[in-house]
Design a protein around this ligand. Structure first.
Ligand SMILES: Cc1cc2nc3c(=O)[nH]c(=O)nc-3n(C[C@H](O)[C@H](O)[C@H](O)COP(=O)(O)O)c2cc1C
Length: 416
């Protein structure tokens, strides 16, 4: 079932917006096919946009932004309740929308406008803004008139608006349900699925967001012209949040099937990405096998905006690699409180035993940063416990870098 926000789009003292939102909410909650919640932007104390990085990069700094992002991320669809100010929506609502990006993407949106002419010009502007945010705006809208649908500053809409509201909510629920299957964060690969015997990881250092996009496009173009081999369970492409790297993670039914499929591809002119996008540095492909996974007790579910953190570690051989991972899992398991925001950590070992790859899922990039810096104790691996001391001092094992990623595309089977 989808969860729908009814967003109050006015913040001025004496506003009428809350009574409109209550009218929507009272009717919406009679439905059994979705849940509804009023979200008042005034509760988030958002200043004029004060984030240094564009919201598309998903690297929010301020506490108010992270609070607002977490709230919006938790919804599948939105009803924007908007006044009309000077033939547009309110500045406060536009500002609140501008703060975020991924949290709006691939979700449904409907509108309840009000004003002298039903707030229609405000809604028209919101539809254009929504297009840029990958919000799917439904056709039916509710247009309330200040002169006939309000009494003493409170919304008392004429009865004819009820049918419009119902149709709009029908449209929001059907699109909201459908779009759940489109959102990348809900389509992350299922790392621990039992039928995967081989994993192939490619990592490229690309140097700029433009080259990152060029690599993503080149990968998509490769796949556009060929069908997915049967033995390839999933193929995920990730882009690092700092704009510097691309990673592909492929799950195969077996090593042999993967090698056969790659040979077959070569003969059909599979092009090397480094030739297509000059200046990128590959590391890989590396064949891995999943060795062990750690899922904290009471781990949070995945949500839009969740981050993948990939940690590369070098090992002297498979024995040391396994011993080190066992110790990390004991250390994580022995911590009283799990790190908030950690969904799972999956430890892989390369075929030759010299590389470990930890693919960790976090609810957000911020949650991972917080865990590194402080967490419930001193930050991941910082506690002076015997297990963490063993992890840090184990001979023949050296950390080789960490990168935070977002899913860019997934071909094949998603999780669940
Ligand atoms: C700054 C401002 C500009 C307005 N411009 C328009 C307008 O262009 N068209 C319109 O129909 N109503 C306009 N109005 C009237 C509002 O629609 C009406 O005051 C409404 O109650 C505002 O919503 P709120 O009370 O929730 O803030 C304007 C109101 C304000 C405060």
């Amino acid at each position: 079932m989808i969860h729908v926000a009814i967003i109050i789009g006015s913040t001025r003292p004496g506003r009428t917006a809350p009574s409109v939102a209550r009218w929507v909410h009272d009717r919406a909650v009679r439905r059994a096919d979705a849940t509804f919640e009023i979200v008042d932007i005034a509760d988030y104390d958002l200043p004029h946009l004060d984030e240094a990085k564009p919201p598309m990069m998903g690297q929010y700094n301020a506490t108010h932004t992270n609070r607002w992002a977490a709230k919006i991320a938790s919804f599948d669809a939105f009803v924007f309740v908007t006044p009309e100010y000077n033939h547009s929506t309110s500045g406060a609502l536009k500002n609140a929308i501008d703060f975020l990006f991924a949290e709006w993407n691939d979700k449904a949106a409907g509108f309840v406008g009000y004003g002298v002419n039903g707030g229609t010009r405000a809604v028209e502007h919101l539809r254009v803004i929504g297009g840029e945010l990958k919000l799917a705006d439904v056709r039916t809208q509710v247009a309330l008139s200040i002169s006939s649908d309000f009494r003493d500053g409170e919304a008392r809409p004429e009865i004819r608006h009820e049918a419009k509201l119902r149709t709009m909510l029908d449209e929001i629920v059907s699109w909201g349900e459908a779009l759940k299957h489109v959102r990348p964060d809900e389509r992350l690969p299922d790392i621990a699925r039992p039928d995967v015997e081989a994993v192939v990881v490619n990592q490229w250092t690309v140097g700029s967001p433009e080259r990152q996009q060029a690599v993503v496009d080149a990968i998509a173009a490769q796949w556009a012209h060929r069908s997915r081999p049967e033995a390839l369970i999933s193929f995920a492409t990730f882009t690092s949040t700092d704009g510097d790297a691309v990673l592909t993670y492929a799950q195969w039914t077996s090593d042999t099937a993967q090698k056969e499929a790659i040979d077959a591809h070569r003969t059909t002119g599979f092009r090397v990405l480094e030739d297509e996008v000059p200046g990128i540095e590959p590391s890989g492909p590396v064949n891995y096998e999943l060795y062990r996974s750690f899922v904290p007790d009471g781990a949070p579910p995945r949500q839009p905006g969740s981050a993948i953190v990939v940690v590369n570690i070098e090992a002297a051989g498979a024995v040391q690699a396994r011993e080190w991972i066992d110790e990390v899992l004991s250390a994580l398991g022995s911590e009283g409180e799990p790190h908030p925001g950690l969904i799972a950590a999956h430890f892989h070992i390369s075929g030759d035993g010299t590389q470990i790859l930890n693919y960790a899922e976090w609810v957000s990039e911020r949650a991972h940063r917080d865990a590194l810096e402080n967490g419930p104790t001193l930050g991941i691996g910082q506690t002076d416990s015997p297990h963490w001391r063993n992890v840090q001092n184990m001979p023949g094992v050296t950390p080789a870098g960490l990168q935070r990623y977002r899913l860019s595309s997934l071909a094949g089977a998603p999780a669940g």
